[in-house]
Ligand binder design. Structure first.
Ligand code: G3D
Ligand code: MG
Length: 182
């Protein structure tokens, strides 16, 4: 795990970075964030808004919040978008009923000017559950192939064990590095 944290820090470590982690409540965001931060000293900032949490790890700011069901607060979220380089969208792959909400929120976010340069990583979480949707089903439902102006990647994972998370983050790191160097 230490080596994997080092890889994560390789992309996120040396400069200021902002990563936003979004998804519906119960998707697994907090569990995934804790997989990232395991064994690390975590500096937490006071909660910014009632449903936005910020964790600062070295120079990387992880801003995390639940999308959906929070209409009244959503208008203030735009102010957190500026300079975001990475969006991590977490999906509960068993939650068929609310996938439409996720789709709407995802496309709305990506249309936002402040997120113009952000790369998107989608975690199809809870793949350990029998009734989970596959990444192909989720991709089709979210119409990911329509996203032409942001680099995106979808990966199945299980946040409880960390399966699918580390490999993805390290290969994603390589592709981001590649795009930064080209
Ligand atoms: P959130 O931060 O997006 O709201 P949480 O979601 O990280 O709090 O997770 C919500 C619930 O889903 C938690 O269960 C958590 O343990 C569970 N969970 C997260 N990831 C997985 C996964 O990959 N597989 C399974 N089976 N469960 C997962 P509780 O019971 O604590 O509410
Ligand atoms: Mg949470």
């Amino acid at each position: 795990m230490g080596q994997l944290v080092a890889k994560l820090m390789g992309i996120f470590g040396n400069q200021e970075h902002k990563v936003i982690i979004v998804g519906l409540d119960n998707a697994g965001k907090t569990t995934i964030l804790y997989q990232f931060l395991m064994n690390e000293v975590i500096h937490t900032s006071p909660t910014i808004g009632s449903n936005v949490e910020e964790i600062v790890l070295q120079k990387t700011h992880f801003l995390m919040w639940d999308i959906g069901g929070q209409e009244a607060l959503r208008s203030t979220w735009n102010s957190y978008y500026s300079n975001t380089e990475f969006i991590i969208l977490v999906i509960d792959s068993t939650d068929r009923d609310r996938l439409l909400t996720t789709r709407e929120e995802l496309h709305k976010m990506l249309a936002h000017e402040a997120l113009r340069d952000a790369s998107v990583l989608i975690f199809a979480n809870k793949q350990d559950m029998k009734n989970s949707m596959t990444t192909v089903e989720i991709s089709q439902f979210l119409t990911l192939s329509a996203i032409k102006d942001h680099p995106w990647h979808i990966q199945g994972c299980c946040a409880l064990t960390g399966e699918g998370i580390w490999l993805t983050v390290s290969s994603w790191a390589k592709s981001v590095e590649h795009s930064l160097n080209s």
